[in-house]
Write a protein that binds this ligand. Structure first.
Ligand SMILES: Nc1ncnc2c1ncn2[C@@H]1O[C@H](COP(=O)(O)OP(=O)(O)OP(=O)(O)O)[C@@H](O)[C@H]1O
Ligand SMILES: [Mg+2]
Length: 275
C-alpha cells in the first residue's frame, strides 16, 4: 500500500521557461521513511507543495492513500499530511506552546473538550510537556521544531513531511529531533518523507529517492543508494564518513563488502577482520 503516489506529474511555475518536474512517477510506501534528495533547485520542495495541494500540476495525478489531491479534497488532504518546514521561527502562530498546538485543532473544529487531552498527549510525545505555557521566543530551534511536530501529531495525520526541518538546528537539536521521529515511527505507523542534504539524516531513512533536473534518476534502499559514491558526488551530497572509509580501504586493495556502512558498522567490520 502506498501512502502517497505521484503519477506522471508535470509542473511548471508561471513565467518559468521550462517545467520543474517532467513526468515524475513516484510512490511513498506506507509506514516507511523515504528521504527525497537532490541538488538545490531540483524540485524537492515543489513536490512537497504539490502533495499538499498548494500547487496544482499541469499534468498528472497525486493521491494520498486513495484520496485524490484536488481543490475540493484539500481539507481532507491537510488532515492526512503534516509538514514541518525549515525555519523554526516561521512555524509558530500561538502565544504559548499549548496555544500553538491548539491552533491546528481549532482550525479543524476539534471539539473543545477533546482539545486539552490531545494537546497534552502530543506535547508529551515530543518531550515538551514541561514547557506547555512557555513563550515561543524562550525556546531553542530544536524545541520549536518539536512543538511544530506536536502540532502535527495532535491532528493525527498519516504522512509527515520534513522539508529540511533539521537544517537550521545545531547538531544536538538535530539529533534530538531525528531520534524523536525514529521513536514515533516505531510507535505509530507513520509514513515519513524527509528532504535533506545531510548524509546522516539520509542514513536513517528506509529508502532514498534521487531527483535531478525534474526527473527521478534513482530510487532504492538507503544502503544501496548511499554506497553509490559516484552518484552522491554527481548530486553534490557529501559522501558519508563510513562510505569514505570503505572507499579508502578498497583503494588500498582491501576487499570490503559492497553495501552501506555506518562508521560504527565499519569499525565493527574492521575489528572482525583483525581477529
Ligand atoms: N514560486 C516560484 N516561481 C518560480 N520559480 C520557482 C518558484 N519556487 C521555486 N522556483 C524554482 O523552481 C526550482 C525548484 O525549486 P524547489 O524549491 O522545488 O527546489 P528544491 O529542490 O527544494 O531546492 P532546495 O534544495 O534549494 O530547497 C528552482 O529552480 C526554483 O528557482
Ligand atoms: Mg527546498
Amino acid at each position: 500500500m502506498d501512502a502517497v503516489t505521484l503519477k506522471d506529474i508535470q509542473f511548471q511555475y508561471p513565467n518559468a521557461e521550462s517545467p520543474i518536474l517532467d513526468g515524475v512517477d513516484l510512490s511513498f510506501p506506507a509506514g516507511k521513511w523515504t528521504a527525497l534528495i537532490g541538488r538545490n533547485g531540483s524540485g524537492k520542495s515543489t513536490i512537497v507543495r504539490l502533495i499538499d495541494g498548494l500547487l496544482v500540476p499541469q499534468h498528472g495525478q497525486i493521491t494520498i492513500g486513495s484520496l485524490p489531491v484536488t481543490e475540493e479534497n484539500l481539507t481532507k488532504v491537510h488532515q492526512q499530511v503534516g509538514i514541518v518546514f525549515q525555519n523554526p521561527d516561521n512555524q509558530f502562530v500561538g502565544a504559548t506552546v499549548a496555544d500553538d498546538v491548539a491552533f491546528g485543532l481549532e482550525n479543524r473544529q476539534v471539539p473543545r473538550e477533546k482539545m486539552h487531552s490531545r494537546i497534552q498527549q502530543a506535547l508529551a510525545e515530543v518531550g515538551m510537556e514541561a514547557l506547555t505555557t512557555s513563550e515561543p521566543a524562550m525556546l531553542s530551534g530544536g524545541q520549536k521544531q518539536r512543538v511544530a511536530i506536536a502540532g502535527i501529531l495532535a491532528l493525527r495525520p498519516q504522512v509527515i513531511i520534513l522539508d529540511e526541518a533539521t537544517s537550521m538546528l545545531d547538531p544536538a537539536g538535530r539529533q534530538l529531533v531525528l531520534s524523536l521521529l525514529q521513536r514515533l515511527r516505531t510507535r505509530r505507523q507513520f509514513t515519513i518523507i524527509s528532504i535533506t542534504h545531510d548524509p546522516n539524516e539520509m542514513a536513517i531513512a528506509d529508502r532514498l529517492v534521487v531527483l535531478e533536473s525534474g526527473k527521478i534518476i534513482r530510487q532504492g534502499s538507503t544502503a544501496e543508494v548511499l554506497q553509490d559514491v559516484p552518484l552522491l558526488q554527481k548530486i553534490g551530497v557529501g559522501v558519508p564518513a563510513g562510505q569514505a572509509l570503505r572507499q579508502q580501504l578498497v583503494e588500498r586493495g582491501i576487499s570490503v563488502p559492497l553495501r552501506y556502512f555506518t562508521v560504527k558498522e565499519m569499525v565493527e567490520w574492521l575489528s572482525q577482520q583483525l581477529k
